[in-house]
Design a protein around this ligand. Structure first.
Ligand SMILES: [Zn+2]
Length: 145
């Protein structure tokens, strides 16, 4: 049994005890992107250096998905198997805003500016039955300190 595979290559370091998203950083102007891009969106320099991003950031914006999105492109559970989820933007300090699924979808447990941490979560299986994982952000448990 092999380890679950990332949904796409180059998005995050995996397997890893402390997974990090892999962004790109422009050596010319310092702009950081995620995902990594072939060239800098700000000054056009290329290529961008691979840069492991911060594991923690602040919730910048979020929304909940209470019903299954249109499929395709949505490929997740439908009908009774569907579970509401939330997506949001996480601002990584000094780096970039990352769009990601959130592990918490109850509005009472989410607030703008709260500290969030990267986690790797199951994402079903591919056509060959291999387990897949993707990245998400969840509230930092010790945020109240
Ligand atoms: Zn640049």
């Amino acid at each position: 049994m092999s380890a679950p595979a990332p949904i796409a290559d180059g998005l995050f370091a995996w397997p890893a005890d402390e997974p990090r998203l892999l962004g790109g950083r422009c050596a010319a102007c310092g702009t950081t992107t995620f995902p990594r891009q072939p060239g800098c969106p700000r000054c056009g320099a290329q290529p961008l250096e691979e840069r492991p991003l911060s594991r923690r950031g602040r919730l910048w914006a979020w929304t909940t998905q209470e019903f299954p999105p249109p499929a395709p492109p949505y490929a997740g559970p439908q009908g009774a198997d569907f579970e509401p989820f939330a997506v949001g933007y996480i601002e990584l300090p000094g780096e970039v805003r990352v769009e990601a699924r959130l592990t918490e979808h109850r509005p009472a447990h989410l607030r703008i500016g709260m500290e969030m941490e990267l986690v790797i979560v199951p994402f079903g299986t591919d056509d060959a039955g291999n387990e897949l994982v993707t990245f998400a952000f969840g509230p930092v448990e010790d945020d109240e300190r």
